[in-house]
Ligand binder design. Sequence first.
Ligand SMILES: [Zn+2]
Length: 560
Amino acid sequence: MNTLFRNFIIVFFVCAQTLSGFAQRNDTLFVAPFDFPLLLSGNFGELRTDHFHSGVDFKTQGVVGKPIRCVADGYICRASVTPGGYGKALYVMHDNGYMTVYAHLDRFPDGIDKRIRDYQYKNEVFRANLWFSPNEFRIKRGDFLAYAGNSGYSFGPHLHFEVRDAKGNELYDPMVFYKDILNDTRSPRIHAISLYAERGRGVLGNSSTSCVYEVVGDTLPVAVEAWGNIAFGVRALDYMDGTSNKYGIRKIELFVDGEKYFSSAMDNFSFDEDLFINSWIDYGRMYNDGEWFQKLFVAENNTLRLLNANENRGWLSVDEERNYNIECRLSDYHGNSTVCSFVVKGKRKDIPSPPTYTHALYCKANNRIEHIGMRLCVPAGALFDDAFLNVRLYEGEGITWRYSLTDTVYPMLKGSKISFWVGRNLPVDKSKLYVRHIEPNDTSSVGGVFANGWITANITTLDCYEVAVDTIAPVLLPEKETQWMQNGMITLSLDEKETSLKSFKGTLDGKFILFEYNSKNKVFTLDLKKERVKPGVHRLRFVAIDQCGNEAVFERDIEY
Ligand SMILES: [Zn+2]
């Protein structure tokens, strides 16, 4: 089918259907970004670490370099380059009032590439973010835009594509525009159901906290006994035709005895709402076991617009000795749906008193606590729910005690300040101090600033922390050095254990030369041909500096 004819068909089909949630104007329509059949490797709103997936991922037939065409008339308003995240990305402002975003690109078109490179060389940096005026890079629907790739935080060639409002903050499901050219006859699947007992107000079988059941067929293997206030969660995935990829769930509904208690619809959200994901998911289960349950109830401080619940925020009060019929219904954008039905047996039982705690933090108040050499300030609105700390001190590997704040990790909506007393006369360089976050299988730095004997850092989870010293420089390792000249590519990898990379810079014969950096594999690359290095012997110098100011230097004479 030729491109023009295909475009006509897309426009025809999209015109023919109702665009739910969008202005129903013909001039808002978009053509496909590729001339080959579209398949998704990711859908809108998928659950990711600290955010929702802000667009769709179009597969690019397993290769980088596929030409992307612009989906509607407009102008390229922005181009950005980052070591992680979107990598190389273009933003197009359309005449129809929407903005579209194209991320993980391999290459920019020539005009944009020149502007980015001019900026990088002038400022001697890799990272760039440029805005353009409407008359600089006009583009028509169907015109070549850029080459798709795998740059930034991307783990296989694809195009990350977003539809935003003109301000760029509100995100819409691109599926609305491509529903008729994306085949989907497969239903979502519910893999497991979680149940929660309200602290001090409910009980589930023998648990005063939570339990999980794998779904068998379309129900649970047992009838769960409960008393008091309980709530539910679901672990589920969606599937589409023609791929083995797994997707997020578009719509969830929870019914108790036929009455709707909770629903969610992943139609649109804004970047401001991203962190609410940590309140919607069962954060503790994700954090400790890597399992993503979506809760079918809404925390007190969770204002995510796509969640809807009854006046009890989705909680069920089991106060009669009878069967409660629970139904969890999921559906995708194409209307494929699935249901899991099960029974909760109301059975009178003593509700265990809540576990003891050392400090209570209230989500609506400014909280400030002190505990043996540690201060914690959690501002009002930072917590999703009231939190109960159980601060305990251990012998760790830092220069302070290891402070375990809670028995269950609490994510926060806003940063909170934590300070540790290290003393005024500590015999180490203060710039080398940092606060170390102890995670289940890893540690990371949350930074830290020294003042008057205290080191203070900003944290976004109530978890386990200690103060550590980083005096170890990062290590730069040449990769496949024997092939450098043959390929015209110089590749260095970074090994940094304690803190993270702060900055880097490459020079050739004393002058700045552009190294690209990809943070997902910690690799720096210099393309000698692209940077127009002249044949001959050159002095290459590359410096990488970590967050504590430790410096690694790599030097070589290269003959090109
Ligand atoms: Zn994506």
